[in-house]
Write a protein that binds this ligand. Structure first.
Ligand SMILES: Cc1cc2nc3c(=O)[nH]c(=O)nc-3n(C[C@H](O)[C@H](O)[C@H](O)COP(=O)(O)OP(=O)(O)OC[C@H]3O[C@@H](n4cnc5c(N)ncnc54)[C@H](O)[C@@H]3O)c2cc1C
Length: 406
């Protein structure tokens, strides 16, 4: 291993920074190359299952992450056509005892900030902005990254954490652009006093309707509410963060209950994304180069797990690198093997959950209501155990013990 050369990470999003932190804590020098002029995240919310908190603990930021989270009491599912409750999964003590950690919602900027502060405080991490990675070369002992500016940066390994449109993936996998799903998501964050009083629930709430849904939950110490609404309108082109008027958002929700429509009327400054994902692939590693987070396994948001998976990737990568200090290529391969099936399951299941829970109509929707309302909390916990009990490592309990001991 070229100990004098840092590990290079393309991308300083949640996945890239989590990986930088995990690797630095194992003693590796790391350089993060971020394309944007400033490190940051979009102003919206994110849901975090207990598996995210297992990852925070492993990465040494558990307390900081817990301090900025809002702990929702329930995952609440409403029928957007009738405005009736379908079910509510309790996230209280029994849930926490079962999974060893809470379910929470956070502002993306706050979460990114937790990682950014920890990275800035770690002398082994160098953070560089305005560095757009365009490709790489490797010779068996070092990797040389090309930047858009013409500069070449040399490291011992390259981790491609450069998101959905990853340049590193283009070279590792070469499977072209991501799949445009035709699902259009609109996001708004509003002050809590703008949210109808009778809907200020301490819950991650989903209103599910035919080919559309609405999600809302409180953020940032209840100062704001996150509104995310999605319309499966077969939009043909990818779009990211384009401002749109309220009328355009409402157009996809004319067929749902007035109470559900009303939520949208409280939104302001709506922005639009046309969502993409990919089919799972196995080949995330090319010698001394590996993919991580959305670059490796971009997914629809219907399991609320994309960022959680990126943080689990960071845990697994740093664990495998520490376990094989003299053989980084074997470590990358062990990381790949440890992560492919779990993330493929999320990618494929997210599509199915969108189809059968978020967006069905008629008898399909009635069947959803019948099945989901019949389940007890204990049955839900059993259903979710494979996901929320995980840490990103095959032996999660050992990882937790190791994190606590560190
Ligand atoms: C509507 C929606 C809701 C979601 N809700 C949830 C949720 O509730 N829970 C959850 O866990 N996940 C959720 N996700 C998924 C989550 O947002 C992503 O999975 C996560 O942000 C991926 O992190 P990442 O670091 O891999 O990629 P990104 O966040 O995309 O970061 C990539 C970084 O790389 C940089 N970059 C790009 N190209 C280059 C380059 N060539 N050179 C250098 N740098 C580059 C980018 O500027 C960026 O900083 C949601 C996603 C969507 C769309």
């Amino acid at each position: 291993m070229q100990q004098d050369k840092p590990i290079l990470i393309a991308g300083g999003g949640i996945g890239g920074l989590a990986a930088a932190l995990g690797l630095a804590q194992k003693g590796f020098a790391v350089t993060v190359l971020e394309r944007a002029p400033v490190l940051g995240e979009i102003g919206a919310g994110i849901q975090l299952g207990p598996n995210a908190f297992h990852a925070f603990d492993y990465l040494g930021v558990g307390d900081a992450a817990r301090a900025m989270a809002v702990y929702v009491d329930k995952l609440r599912l409403m029928d957007a056509v009738t405005a009736e409750d379908i079910c509510a999964i309790d996230l209280g003590n029994k849930f926490r005892e079962r999974f060893g950690n809470p379910y929470a919602v956070v502002h993306r900027g706050d979460l990114h900030g937790v990682f950014l502060r920890a990275c800035r405080e770690n002398p082994r991490i160098t953070l560089r902005t305005g560095c757009s990675v365009t490709g790489y070369e490797q010779d068996g002992s070092i990797v040389t990254v090309q930047l858009f500016s013409g500069e070449r940066v040399t490291g011992s390994l390259l981790i491609g954490a450069d998101g959905l449109w990853s340049r590193v993936r283009q070279q590792v996998v070469g499977d072209g652009p991501p799949r445009v799903t035709g699902h259009t998501t609109y996001r708004s964050v509003i002050p809590t006093e703008q949210m109808p009083e009778d809907l200020r629930w301490n819950a991650a709430t989903l209103w599910a309707g035919p080919k559309c849904h609405i999600v809302h939950y409180p953020l940032s110490g209840w100062k704001v509410f996150n509104l995310v609404v999605t319309y499966h309108n077969d939009a043909p082109e990818p779009v990211a963060g384009q401002p749109v008027p309220e009328e355009e958002v409402l157009a996809g929700f004319q067929h749902v209950h007035p109470r559900a429509q009303d939520i949208i009327r409280h939104g302001t400054d709506w922005k639009l994304w046309v969502l993409c994902d990919r089919d799972p692939v196995e080949n995330w590693v090319d010698g001394r180069v590996a993919l991580l987070g959305d670059a490796a396994h971009p997914t629809l948001q219907y399991m609320a797990q994309g960022a959680c998976m990126a943080m689990e990737d960071a845990v697994c990568l740093s664990h495998e690198m520490a376990a094989r200090p003299g053989d980084p290529e074997a470590a990358l391969e062990a990381y790949r093997q440890g992560r492919v099936l779990r993330t493929a399951r999320i990618q494929l299941l997210s599509r199915e959950v969108g189809l059968h829970i978020y967006h069905p109509a008629g008898a399909h929707a009635q069947l959803r209501n019948a099945i989901m309302s019949a389940k007890s909390d204990a049955e839900w916990y059993d259903t979710l155990a494979w996901l929320y009990g995980g840490t990103g490592l095959a032996d999660g309990s050992a990882a937790r013990a190791q994190a606590v001991a560190a």
